[in-house]
Design a protein around this ligand. Structure first.
Ligand SMILES: Nc1ncnc2c1ncn2[C@@H]1O[C@H](COP(=O)(O)OP(=O)(O)OP(=O)(O)O)[C@@H](O)[C@H]1O
Ligand SMILES: [Mg+2]
Length: 112
């Protein structure tokens, strides 16, 4: 199993959720987070004034999937979250040791 963690533009969340849903993928967890990438936040100039926004609002999505589904899910997220501009985000793919469905005690892929 894999835990897919995607950091995306907040305005892309509905599109990403719709794309996942269209492929029958419903379970996910969403966090509102702040972050920065390679550009170190955002530099703005307004006349003589310079502003540096150190952390930009992002949305973090977590989805636990089977090994078999992982690449497909990553691909769906990448395509739905893409604009081609800096700040589109990142997808981290982590090994996931186990899952327990609390209601039934099921473990592993049955619990996904
Ligand atoms: N190496 C990293 N570690 C942890 N979080 C990261 C990392 N890179 C990006 N992030 C998270 O992803 C968000 C979006 O990153 P971003 O898309 O700007 O990455 P980037 O490497 O700068 O790529 P780009 O050049 O396309 O902007 C960041 O605000 C941060 O929350
Ligand atoms: Mg960036």
């Amino acid at each position: 199993m894999k835990l897919i963690i995607a950091i995306i533009r907040p305005e892309k969340l509905p599109q990403v959720m719709k794309a996942l849903q269209d492929h029958g993928i419903y379970p996910l967890t969403v966090f509102e987070v702040r972050g920065r990438g390679e550009q170190g936040g955002l530099y703005l100039t307004h006349g003589p004034m310079q502003y540096h926004i150190e952390l930009l609002p992002k949305v973090r999505i977590e989805i636990a999937v089977s090994d078999k589904e992982a690449e497909k899910v990553v691909d769906i997220i990448q395509r739905a979250a893409w604009t081609g501009r800096p700040g589109d985000g990142k997808i981290f793919i982590l090994p996931l040791e186990n899952v327990v469905r609390i209601r039934t005690g099921e473990r592993g892929e049955r619990a996904l």
